[in-house]
Design a protein around this ligand. Sequence first.
Ligand code: 5RP
Length: 232
Amino acid sequence: MDKAQQDALKKAAGIEAAKIVKNGMMVGLGTGSTVRFLVDELGRRVKEEGLSFTGVTTSRRTQEQAEGYGIKILDINEVDHIDVTIDGSDEVDKNFNGIKGGGAALLWEKIVAINSDRIVWIVDASKVVDTIGKFPLPVEVIPFGSAQVIRKFEKRGYKPVLRLDADGKEVRTDENNFVVDLHMERIEHPQELAKDLIETVGVVEHGLFLNMVDTVIVGDPNGPRTLTNPNK
Ligand code: 5RP
């Protein structure tokens, strides 16, 4: 699939997911290129249909985009509930285990997600996989002592790579942390890996989102299709 095709499928998933948002809702807005299409469509509905809802965002980028459309955004500390969060994902398997954090927003994304009544992911068809792990697993790490954390990951065979930007500088998250990507290729035991990562001092959060998502809207060449998690 080339990028133009992939973008078309992302856009279709985003437009489909925008239908979930109703007047008066509190909506978590994820991060990434698929979510950009979602927010564009929500912005259109605000303008053309008078849709009125409040958002909580998972990154400064999404906040800027949403506010540009006149969507009211609240700080997560100010809200008492979130009806639904719609976010992208880098991979998702048949057990509804996924990898997130390709856009370095995994920490805020997970905080918003776990405080949401319902979680919806929007993906193009290439992201639905048998086994997660081909997409490098992002781990958010405190800069202090990060080289020690990377050494530990190397010893455990996780194949860590510190994420750098185009200028060769460490990528910083919205919390000013680093991102280390684990090139594991196949993650056969995600629960065990998640436990090991979160128990490593210096790790703030990892991009394994295990059995958290309720609904996945897949942009498919035949039109968007919806996968429903039976275990939720
Ligand atoms: C950002 C994320 C994104 O949701 C994920 O990387 C998918 O991005 P895209 O929609 O651009 O493919 O987790 O941290």
